[in-house]
Design a protein around this ligand. Structure first.
Ligand code: SF4
Ligand code: SF4
Length: 253
């Protein structure tokens, strides 16, 4: 089969899995080489490990399929209800539980796609990792950034909150990736961007001061661990993007 037919086949597999899990989906395909080059060096090492003996072939002709499932709208609306100090944690846990469910759905889906097209899965970033590490730098060598693959494949653009913003779902998505040497049509990077929007920066002092803080990612990690939800999430910058951004009228979960 040619690159276009293979692309349609992967879309159909993803659509089937999305239906089975009751979720909405989006995908893109980037050249393996462009993702590899865009990764930080420590994550290139991790990508080589995932690629194993196929690395040279992947670098020459391979692709990375970036897949995403969107959060249900009610989950995003359950984030940070109330005010600082008196948030409704039980309600917030609706979002935290969906985070776990989306990760599980992504891992099942990416495994199925990898086994049917001949590829390797890079699973969704697992829950619990933020609490287990002692600082955010410990995290980088453990993972390959799905965001880089999503950016390179046009699943979305890099938002001011550093998440991937999909033109339909906002940044209320979770990501996984599949490496494959199967010929696939590629999808170009997104042309949209945040523009003058600053809704996520307004929602979070850590983000707002990210240029001034020595390591804003570490501050974020400490904050979300401190919330003590059933998974290590916060999501205030996700909700702000979906509900308050200048693009809010085009977003639909
Ligand atoms: S997850 Fe929470 S603490 Fe982290 S950047 Fe987003 S809003 Fe700020
Ligand atoms: S809230 Fe606005 S600035 Fe922040 S990521 Fe979304 S679109 Fe970009």
């Amino acid at each position: 089969m040619g690159a276009e037919e293979n692309f349609e086949r992967v879309c159909a597999l993803l659509g089937e899995e999305a239906g089975r899990h009751g979720l909405k989906e989006v995908m893109g395909v980037a050249p393996f080489s462009s993702v590899y080059k865009a990764l930080m060096p420590v994550q290139r090492v991790r990508l080589r490990e995932f690629s194993s003996d196929s690395f040279d072939e992947l670098l020459k002709n391979g692709s990375i399929v970036s897949i995403a499932f969107a959060y249900p709208e009610h989950a995003v609306d359950s984030i940070a209800v109330g005010s600082e100090g008196s948030y409704d944690r039980e309600r917030w846990n609706v979002y935290a539980r969906e985070y776990i469910r989306l990760n599980e759905a992504l891992n099942e889906t990416s495994s199925r796609i990898a086994s049917e097209i001949g590829g390797v899965t890079i699973p969704a970033t697992s829950e619990g990792i933020a609490a287990e590490i002692s600082c955010v730098e410990d995290y980088y060598p453990l993972v390959v950034s799905h965001r880089v693959a999503a950016e390179q494949s046009g699943v979305g653009w890099r938002g001011k909150n550093e998440l991937i913003v999909n033109p339909r779902f906002s940044c209320a998505i979770r990501l996984a990736s599949v490496l494959t040497t199967l010929p696939l049509r590629r999808t170009p990077p997104a042309t949209m961007g945040c523009g003058d929007c600053h809704a996520c920066l307004d929602a979070c002092p850590i983000l707002r001061n990210k240029e001034k803080l020595r390591n804003y990612r570490e501050q974020c990690r400490l904050y979300l661990v401190s919330l003590g939800l059933v998974s290590d999430v916060c999501g205030k910058c996700v909700k702000a993007c979906y509900r308050e951004s200048i693009h809010r009228d085009r977003f639909r979960l």
